[in-house]
Ligand binder design. Structure first.
Ligand code: MG
Length: 392
């Protein structure tokens, strides 16, 4: 893959609810206050100003504890309609930078800005300025080659700011620095490690993300089970999840209609191969894999059948899609019975997460090759490169 890196930004509004409350009531500026909970100590803090954070108040903290830490804490009734209004404004601003925006909560989003010519720092500064000038809201931004590291960069950037003002942090982790950036962080900082997993890991002597980097995978499996290989990848800063996966997409398929009567099996097989490559390419472009391969046949008499098989592991490899579809064809093929349409599809889609599993290792080479080919075809047109024994 050479030196191609994605440029992913994670944008997170600073103390969002409280920042909106300050816009609604400027007398709150700079004061220790929180939303959520009641002044008589019930409920939990949903958001707290940086002046409150400075003395240890945190969101999700029980109100009575927050008041003990910060006796002067002002509690503000939340204005949820205003939050949603400002959230929409901000997401709209982000969508002017790229259509690859994935909101992950009311005040956070990922952006894939790989296609923009400017460097991440320049884009991050522009976004911060634009949001500030159009909404008066402060935000922090993390940038990295993937979502995981970008989000953790934002968190660390914010936590490095120890003042009563909004951090407006920008933290950039350059490609190649992911592992080093993560190594020294406490295990609880790991995205996806909740308090329960954190405790288990610490009890096993794994206090820092660097400890996960160096432990043998087999040992990690004994501690966290199925989560081990994902956790191992994440600790190394590996995360291939795409930005902006459209959850509505349930399957990807390509089909071809014939105007003649297709009766030659080798010809049908070569068409299936071609369709499989198209489907594989589309999956890889979306950074998705699927577990179910489907073959659709419309016979000459317009009878249409679909047959499918489910794989052990999700795939986006041309060769796996092709061999599955070809096997389905084998069981349906009738000599002399003509076809007028054939389709290949993959469903049960999920984000394509880099697997460290032993089974998948052989495929990593093919995958890198396919991605490189896809990239070249995109740049130079699809007729430049032919894979293997494809005949034209
Ligand atoms: Mg936030």
């Amino acid at each position: 893959m050479g030196n191609y890196f994605r440029k992913i930004l994670h944008v997170d509004l600073d103390a969002f609810f409280c920042s909106v409350e300050e816009l609604l009531d400027p007398s709150l500026n700079g004061k220790a206050f929180s939303t959520g909970g009641t002044s008589d100590g019930r409920g939990v803090v949903t958001s707290c100003s940086y002046a409150a954070r400075l003395v240890g108040v945190r969101s999700a903290m029980p109100m009575h504890k927050a008041q003990r830490l910060c006796p002067s804490l002002i509690t503000v009734q939340g204005h949820y309609q205003d939050y949603s209004h400002y959230s929409n404004l901000v997401m709209g601003i982000l969508e002017n930078f790229t259509h690859l925006v994935e909101p992950i909560s009311i005040d956070e989003a990922f952006l894939d800005v790989s296609d923009l010519p400017q460097d991440s720092k320049t884009i991050a500064l522009e976004i911060q300025m634009k949001i500030m000038s159009e909404t008066d809201l402060p935000c922090s931004i993390g940038a990295a080659s993937n979502k995981l590291v970008a989000k953790m960069a934002t968190n660390i950037g914010k936590s490095e700011h120890k003042k009563s003002t909004s951090p407006m942090a920008i933290k950039i982790i350059p490609p190649g620095q992911e592992k080093k950036f993560l190594a020294s962080l406490p295990i609880g900082e790991m995205w996806g490690v909740g308090p329960k997993s954190e405790k288990i890991l610490i009890n096993n002597g794994l206090n820092f993300i660097g400890d996960i980097q160096s432990i043998q995978l087999e040992k990690l499996v004994n501690i966290v089970g199925n989560f081990a290989s994902t956790l191992k990848d994440r600790s190394l800063g590996i995360d291939n999840r795409p930005v902006g996966i459209d959850e509505r997409i349930k399957s990807i398929s390509n089909e071809r209609t014939f105007f003649g009567n297709l009766t030659s099996k080798p010809e049908v097989v070569s068409i299936i191969k071609n369709l499989s490559e198209k489907v594989g390419k589309r999956l890889r472009k979306r950074r998705m894999s699927g577990k179910t391969v489907r073959l659709k046949i419309r016979w000459l008499n317009f009878e249409t059948i679909t047959r499918q098989m489910t794989l052990d592991q999700p795939t986006n490899h041309d060769s796996v899609i092709f061999s599955s579809a070809a096997a389905l064809l084998d069981s349906e093929w009738v000599d002399g019975k003509g076809m007028r349409l054939i389709g290949v599809g993959v469903s049960k889609l999920e984000p394509d997460i880099y697997q460290l599993s032993l089974f998948d290792r052989d495929f990593q080479k093919e995958k890198s090759l396919l991605e490189a080919i896809d990239g070249l075809q995109e740049r130079f047109g699809s007729n430049v490169i032919y894979k293997g024994n494809k005949k034209r």
